[in-house]
Design a protein around this ligand. Structure first.
Ligand SMILES: *Cc1c(COP(=O)(O)O)cnc(C)c1O
Length: 397
């Protein structure tokens, strides 16, 4: 029997294969160093866990309104005012099962068949697939490595068409670690207003900034761009709450209302206990975030310096999130024990076999001349893993 044609086209994550191989090696007792982590390695702060226990004891274990509890919507509005200088009403907020679910709802709500969505490349793996699942067409705009992986604005201007429905921006960025400055955001905002398309702004890494970089929410630039922006954020990265599955969208009431209807017929409310835990997180002190950022920063500096001390590979200094894009351009075409490294998949595969180090091949992000290393792992692991990479590079012919 024929299955959904649209969904047969959706690719499973390319990164899973390497991941599965690394897991298998670990199960065999091999000491694999993993740079693949897409989540903080810290525990969820205890005051948040206590709030979840309290929610259980109070019996908050039933359905909530499908768009989320009012108290949490209000806390999100307060957060957006406090941190981003943005005014939203609770009916302009939709709480979903993680920011990924927020993004999924957005594309379902705004796209018609053939609508184009501009995605900066390298990109987070799920954007193109989510656009396709909503009958949209992903269109890629280059980012420039030598300019800290920021959008090539000239290229952007050239790919806008009548069908452009939205652009996705993700700052701080996964996988590049780039942070868009005010000037770039202003240009993007101006284009969005002029050509009348949406900006889907994924701000999930907002709290993870280094070197004095500043996060600016594009919606805060002016009322015209705020109207066209769907701001996405969530608990996963800032509060080490990836498993709790709470994310949210802020946007114009009409759009939030369509998204809420979609959610009401697909997942209903996000987990009730996790919503109360998130409420405590947003109302709590940010000291805990600061101490996580401090640790990430230390590892980031160490990683960047070490990589750039190794011949043939390099990286730019990321300003946000917890990833480094390792440039392997000069390694492509080299051989390791007669195996030619033709691209990032080969690099990742051979490195794993030769030195027991797992990295994510850049091809998963549309960038075959890179591999992604996460520093959401201990300093000891980072040091050990990078020493192994150095050894690997030295053994290439
Ligand atoms: C982790 C991540 C998300 C999704 O986070 P949730 O756990 O679904 O809240 C969204 N966008 C990017 C770029 C991410 O890296």
């Amino acid at each position: 029997m024929e299955l959904s044609r649209k969904h047969l086209d959706i690719t499973a994550s390319l990164t899973l294969e390497i991941d599965a191989k690394a897991k298998k090696m670990r199960a065999h007792g091999i000491d694999v160093i993993g740079f693949g982590a897409g989540e903080p390695d810290f525990d969820t702060p205890s005051f948040i866990i206590e709030a979840a226990k309290e929610a259980l004891d109070k019996g908050y274990t039933k359905y909530t309104p499908s768009s989320g509890i009012m108290e949490l919507k209000e806390a999100i509005c307060e957060k957006l005012k406090r941190d981003n200088n943005l005014d939203y009403e609770p009916n302009e907020i939709l709480i979903s099962n993680g920011a990924k679910h927020s993004l999924y709802n957005i594309f379902q709500a705004i796209l018609n068949p053939g609508d184009e969505v501009i995605i900066p490349s390298p990109y987070w793996v799920s954007y193109p697939e989510m656009v396709k699942m909503a009958d949209g067409v992903p269109v890629y705009v280059n980012t420039l490595d030598d300019h800290g992986f920021c959008i090539d604005l000239e290229h952007l201007k050239n790919i806008i068409t009548k069908k452009t429905k939205a652009i996705v921006i993700n700052s701080p960025n996964n996988p590049c670690g780039s942070v868009y400055d005010k000037k770039q955001l202003e240009t993007i905002a101006q284009l969005a207003v002029e050509h009348d398309f949406f900006v889907v702004s994924d701000e999930i890494y907002e709290e993870l900034l280094y070197d004095g970089a500043e996060h600016i929410s594009i919606a805060s630039l002016n009322p015209e761009i705020k109207e066209r922006t769907l701001l996405v954020n969530g608990m996963s990265k800032a509060y080490a709450m990836t498993g709790w599955r709470i994310g949210y969208t802020a946007g114009k009431r009409e759009i939030i209302s369509v998204m809420s209807n979609i959610q009401s017929h697909s997942t209903s409310n996000p987990n009730s206990i996790a919503q109360y835990a998130s409420l405590a997180a947003l109302k709590g002190s940010k000291d805990i975030i600061k101490s996580m950022v401090c640790k990430f920063d230390e590892r980031r500096k160490f990683m960047v310096d070490k990589i750039n001390s190794i011949d043939m590979i390099s990286c730019t200094r990321p300003q946000g999130a917890f990833y480094v894009m390792l440039n392997i351009k000069n390694v492509i075409g080299k051989t390791y024990n007669d195996r030619i490294i033709k691209g990032s998949l080969d690099f990742a595969d051979v490195l794993l076999e030769a030195q027991n180090v797992a990295v994510v091949p850049g091809i998963a992000f549309g960038a075959d001349e890179y591999v992604r290393l996460s520093y959401a792992t201990s300093k000891e692991n980072i040091e050990k893993g990078l020493n192994r990479i150095e050894k690997f590079i030295k053994e290439l012919n």
